[in-house]
Design a protein around this ligand. Structure first.
Ligand code: FPP
Length: 261
């Protein structure tokens, strides 16, 4: 595990950071746990929803720079299964925000040729949200070069259990034999099926945990933990996190295979 980062935007410029990046060493898949919206709002004496609204602007900023850098796969943790335990009003406001976001961004998905791919136990979402999420997923389904996966009512253990259930049914029906079950086969039953594993996972707000986000998929992922609260995580720190990633050795348990320059 890396130490927790403190990022000071006044010390670096976006141009400098960008100039240091090596286009050949870009991660293909970046996963993000967007944490700290509530604390950001509380620090300013605002309602929690104001933190989520600002968090949405941060998300738009980050997606824009990742797009500019041609990073094809991004997966974000927008709503966890545990988030259902929040006050009803906050859940409702978050769902409204998600609906507004999708309504506003569906044309941007077309323009950028991004597939919107929701993952999680989507049937648990309110009916109108489920309908919109499915619609936008459907209308962007044919884009293959860029994928934005959005985890909604998502839990990593639940995802693994759902995969095991499906496999068990197939074994029971004898369309699959236990000896055929290996890692590549198992991955076909996960919601991230077809995507490479994340190369880099970012978590904001000083929490040094994974919180049930993509536990199978991040087995070899580089982790970037920062004290920055999500609404303040913008373009410059995204570049900084990518640079940090590029400086690390990625050995996959082997003796040496360095990606650092
Ligand atoms: C965690 O902050 C954030 C969330 C539970 C929701 C993430 C949502 C957004 C960034 C809004 C925009 C996203 C979409 C797709 C509509 P927190 O509330 O747990 O913060 P805290 O730990 O400081 O209380």
């Amino acid at each position: 595990m890396d130490e927790l980062k403190t990022f000071d935007p006044s010390q670096v410029s976006e141009t400098d950071l960008r100039a240091q990046l090596d286009a050949d060493l870009m991660p293909r898949h970046v996963a993000i746990i967007m944490d700290g919206n509530g604390r950001w709002a509380a620090q300013r004496g605002l309602q929690r929803i104001a933190g989520h609204q600002e968090g949405l602007r941060a998300l738009q900023d980050v997606l824009e720079i990742l797009h500019e850098l041609n990073i094809p796969y991004v997966t974000i943790y927008a709503f966890s299964q545990e988030n259902w335990n929040r006050p009803k009003l906050e859940i409702q406001l978050l769902m409204n925000l998600l609906e507004r976001y999708l309504q506003e961004e569906r044309s941007l998905f077309q323009k950028r040729r991004v597939r919107f791919r929701p993952i999680g136990r989507l049937h648990q979402l309110p009916a109108s949200v489920y309908a919109l999420v499915s619609e936008v997923a459907e209308e962007t389904r044919h884009f293959t070069e860029r994928v934005l996966s959005v985890a909604l009512s998502y839990g990593g253990r639940a995802e693994i259990i759902d995969a095991i259930r499906q496999i068990a049914v197939e074994v029971e029906m004898r369309s699959l034999s236990p000896s055929q079950i290996d890692e590549p086969l198992f991955e076909q039953y996960l919601s991230t099926q077809g995507l490479p594993d994340p190369d880099l996972l970012i978590r904001t707000s000083g929490e040094n945990r994974i919180s049930n986000f993509l536990p199978w998929q991040i087995a070899y992922t580089e982790l970037y933990f920062t004290k920055t609260l999500w609404p303040e995580f913008r373009r410059a720190e995204t570049l900084y996190a990518l640079l940090d990633y590029q400086k690390r050795e990625r050995r996959y348990g082997r003796v040496t295979q360095t990606v650092s320059s």
